[in-house]
Each structure stands twice: as C-alpha cells, then as structure tokens.
Design a protein around this ligand. Sequence first.
Ligand SMILES: C[S@@+](CC[C@H](N)C(=O)[O-])C[C@H]1O[C@@H](n2cnc3c(N)ncnc32)[C@H](O)[C@@H]1O
Length: 307
Amino acid sequence: MNEHHIPVMLNESLDLLITDQSGVYFDATLGFGGHTTEILKRLNKNGRIVAADVDADAFEYSLKKFSKKNRVSLYNYNYSFVDVIAKIESLKYFNGVLADLGVSSFQLDNPESGFTFRADAPLDLRMDKTKEITAADVVNSYKEEELADIFFKYGEEKNSRKIARSIVQKRILKRIETTKEVTEIISDLVPENFLKKTLARIFQALRIYVNDELDNLKLFLENSVKVLKKGGRIVVISYHSLEDRIVKDFFKNETIVSLSPKEDPLGLVKREARLKLVNKKPIVPSEIEIKKNYRARSAKLRAAERL
Ligand SMILES: C[S@@+](CC[C@H](N)C(=O)[O-])C[C@H]1O[C@@H](n2cnc3c(N)ncnc32)[C@H](O)[C@@H]1O
C-alpha cells in the first residue's frame, strides 16, 4: 500500500489544536497517520494520542506504522464513538479533538476501494466493509424517487430526477455492478463539459448516503463536546458545503445562551454555552498548498474551544 496522502492544512490545524504539550489528543480520522505523526512530534514525553479510522485498510496500515510508538492508541472505530473510546482509555477528557473529514487519497486513487469514478471498480463506496448496504444495493433496489432524493440532498445535483429515471430504466435490463456502468449511464445524459462535475456529485451523494456521513458527523460533534476538556479545542477540516454547514451550525448553536424568540417565545429555555469560536470565518489553504496538493482546494477549517 502506497502512502501518498498529503495531510491538509497540517500546521494551521495543529497550531489551533494543541494547547497543552502534555495532553491527550484524539485524531478522529487517522487515515495514513499524517496528522497523528505531526501531533506526536509536537507533544512532550507525557503527551499522547488516541486515533480512530473506520476503514480497515487505513487502520491496519497505521497500526504497523505506529507499532513502535507507545504513546499512540489506535481504534478501528467510527469516530462517532469518541466518548466510548475515551471511556475505554479510562479518560474523562481529551485535551483536543481533530477531524479531517472525507476520504483519503489512497481510498480515492485505489480502484479496489471503489471510491473513484475514474477507474472501473465494484460499485461499493463503503468505508466500513462490515456495513450491509453497498452503493450497488442502493442503485439497484431503491425506488426512483428515493434515488433522486439521495442525488439531490447529498450531491446537490440539479438533474437528480433525470439521472434516477435513467438508472431505473437501465437496471431492468441488467443489475448495475460497477462504477463504470454508472459513469456510462450519466455520460449519456450530460454534456461532456459538465460530466466530471456531475459524476463527482453523484458519487459524493452515494458515498455520503452509504456511509451515513452526515449523521455520523453530527453525533461525533455532539459526543466530542462531552469529552473535551475546558479550554480544549475541537478542530474540523471539511471538504464540501454539506459537511461545513453542519460544523458551522453546530458550533454556532453551542455558543448561544438563549434561543431566538421564534424558537422560545416565552424565554423559558436557559442554556449554557458550551463552546466559543476560535475563528469566526473558516480558514482555507494557501495558494501554495493548493498548488502542491489539489485535494486541499475545497478544504475549510473551523475550530471552537470548550468553555
Ligand atoms: C482525509 S482522510 C484523513 C487523513 C489523515 N488526516 C492523514 O493525514 O493521513 C479521512 C479518513 O477518515 C476516515 N473516516 C471517514 N469517516 C469516518 C468515520 N465515521 N469514523 C472514522 N473514520 C472515518 C476515512 O476512512 C479516511 O481514512
């Protein structure tokens, strides 16, 4: 397996994350250990890192990579279990939590992972291969309206209905098994100059749906706050507007003490703000980073501090 994933906004994210060099940090998206390696370098001998990845290949790879590091504990878990992982580690709190969302370059570039429409691969798209439903199951068994909703909701695809209709017509003749078959169906519907972007949106939609990415992200944010030490930070790098909106809204909501008059007309709900924003606007990668690493182009970094 080739380690060619370049960590995105490495310095920007870690400058915000690390507030105590002797602390224990959670890297929610271990991947190939790019961020984890750098966090370790920045901690002193008392500091340690706990990290998770739901993808068995990334987990196995990093398990070998960090096998000699006794200050690293790794879990092949979904990051939404951040609070459970803290319990297993006998920790009440983490000093900081980092999530670098989405998929790694390995997953995108490795045809066997089936994440890319650029190669012909089984239509799978599961990060966690123990999950029951694959993208092929969705494409072959969901009703036309359900497929259209998935493409629209998770891919923000304007031609969602047309694409769903064509898929349903084609699958009557033969079960759709590969990424290439989906690509061919869509290329018959969309002009050449829009094709790449449409394919990216459709594959993104299927990936988000199959992996339940948005609900996992919401759970992760909620559970992270429960196990984040006061003064500790939660730092999230997202790659598309749906993810970024969830992070933005969650942080904003957690900084608010009272609800709006519309939500709570009598002003009865008293809440305690749990977070304060570290950066009001998202931080984006420099031009130099984008030139070196095209995958970084859509990244947005947000950070908030536990009160
Ligand atoms: C962008 S990569 C992280 C790369 C890593 N920061 C590095 O520098 O090597 C995102 C990783 O998050 C993992 N991932 C996505 N959703 C997850 C989830 N719900 N729980 C745990 N890991 C997840 C993916 O499998 C992938 O390896």
